[in-house]
Design a protein around this ligand. Structure first.
Ligand code: F0G
Length: 431
């Protein structure tokens, strides 16, 4: 099927066969070829300066949806213009941070960190989930589900609870960070610990959703990506619509890489920016099928058995591969693979500045240093690295690094046990 003009406000298109579906079609993939879907919107009937003015005005509203201060729905013309019954915490409005110690470590002057750990459940997933759960309600879903390495499940659990929808989450029985698992239990999702890796969880939940009629809210769901685009839109707005030279982000299932590519393409098409930043997607070396494909000019799609301490991106067969290839190609982007040791060092530097992030997030900072080393990023260029999750998502790895690892890693900050006596404190201070 193809829509004739006039087009509806939004619709879905299959990236595989080009078939089009309505905005409220609940299938998670193309019904004809099983391809990935993408949401398209009719171009807004506003000029780019009118759009920019509207986005700024909404940040100052005192009533209605905008008064809640969502950094997702503020951009709704580019997200889901016809949305109603919005389920919002709110989310977004995350800071752009700068710390001299990170400039020194990466070699970039004025590196900016977009800290998505400031979202309500502590990761960027909330931006996609407010749109995904809103859409679940619009299509009349009676239950929602996802497979996850932990953050998507925490976010789904929270937004489903708010919407009053039962949530089912599938996570690997081993390797989900403590904070994330605890969140999904606390928010009330039915939590299945699957004896397998994330890739097995995703295959299983896709089958379950199509057979059991549960609405799928993995990033295969294109509405999730519409929300995640606002990370980029918000960065652009914070930089007064003057794009940075590079945007660097961790990459696992490749939903975010795809969302970033789409946000930039649309921002350029609709005149919000006049040039595209380059994207750098950063994988952990033990979970780097996309980086391998990139090195081969994307001639082959690779699948691996993933191993990395960054459990959020322990993914061997990324679902949004095709969309992400397009994002990297269109932005003249690169894909990097970084060793776990380097990721952990980057994390220790981010944490040591008082900012903090979870391990996967630090891959982006390690990626910035690698871009500089390779001469791809000039120190004078403007780069923004995305911190995708909060430091407390993974307390286990913090204690392992600082307290338990022998010999202590270079930046380990050992806790010191003492008797309850002043002399003991003096002894420590004299050291
Ligand atoms: N950083 C964090 C903290 C994540 O949780 C994820 C993905 C990524 C980066 C990578 O983003 O998958 O869009 O390439 N976490 C998913 C989850 C897989 O289930 O929470 P991506």
């Amino acid at each position: 099927m193809k829509f004739e003009t006039p087009r509806p406000a939004s619709w879905q298109t299959c990236l595989g066969c080009g078939n089009e579906a309505t905005e409220l079609d609940p299938h998670s993939r193309c019904r004809f070829c099983g391809g990935l879907l993408e949401v398209s919107h009719r171009a807004p009937d506003l000029t780019s300066s009118e759009l920019r003015a509207r986005f700024s005005q909404r940040a100052r509203e005192t009533s209605g949806l905008d008064a809640s201060g969502s950094g997702v729905w503020r951009f709704r013309e580019l997200v889901l213009p016809s949305a109603d019954g919005v389920v919002s915490h709110p989310e977004g409005n995350t800071p752009l941070l700068h710390r001299p110690a990170l400039d020194r470590w990466t070699g970039v002057h004025g590196l900016l960190l977009k800290h998505e750990g400031h979202n309500p459940t502590g990761s960027f997933k909330d931006r996609g989930m407010t749109v995904g759960v809103t859409q679940a309600r619009r299509v009349g879903a009676t239950a929602v589900a996802c497979a996850s390495t932990g953050n998507t499940s925490a976010s789904l659990a929270a937004y489903a609870a708010q919407a009053g929808l039962p949530a089912l989450v599938l996570v690997p029985a081993e390797g989900v960070a403590l904070g994330k698992l605890a969140q999904s239990l606390a928010y009330g999702a039915t939590t299945l610990l699957v004896r397998g890796d994330f890739d097995a969880c995703l295959r299983l939940v896709e089958e379950a959703s199509s057979r059991l009629g549960v609405y799928l809210l993995n990033s295969i769901n294109p509405f999730r990506l519409e929300g995640q685009k606002t990370i980029v839109l918000e960065i652009l707005q914070q930089l007064a619509w003057e794009p940075p030279d590079w945007i660097v982000l961790p990459a696992g299932n490749l939903g975010n890489t795809s969302a970033f590519g789409k946000a930039l393409r649309e921002a350029k098409d609709w005149g919000l920016i006049s040039r595209l930043p380059r994207l750098a997607a950063v994988q952990a070396a033990g979970a780097a099928p996309f980086a391998r494909s990139f090195q081969e000019g994307f001639a082959v799609r690779h699948r691996v058995t993933a191993r990395t301490v960054a459990t959020a991106i322990r993914i061997g067969d990324p679902a949004s591969y095709d969309r992400a290839v397009r994002a990297i190609r269109e932005t003249d982007g690169v894909v990097l693979a970084i060793d776990d040791d380097e990721i952990l060092e980057a994390k220790a530097v981010v944490d040591g500045c008082g900012i903090g992030c979870e391990p996967a997030s630090a891959a982006s900072v390690a990626g910035v240093r690698e871009l500089v080393r390779r001469g791809l990023l000039d120190p004078a260029q403007r780069a923004v690295a995305i911190l995708t999750g909060h430091i407390l998502k993974d307390p286990g790895i913090l204690l392992a690094y600082h307290r338990d690892t022998e010999p202590p890693p270079p930046r380990a900050n050992r806790p010191i046990e003492i008797e309850p006596e002043l002399a003991e404190i003096e002894k420590v201070l004299r050291r």
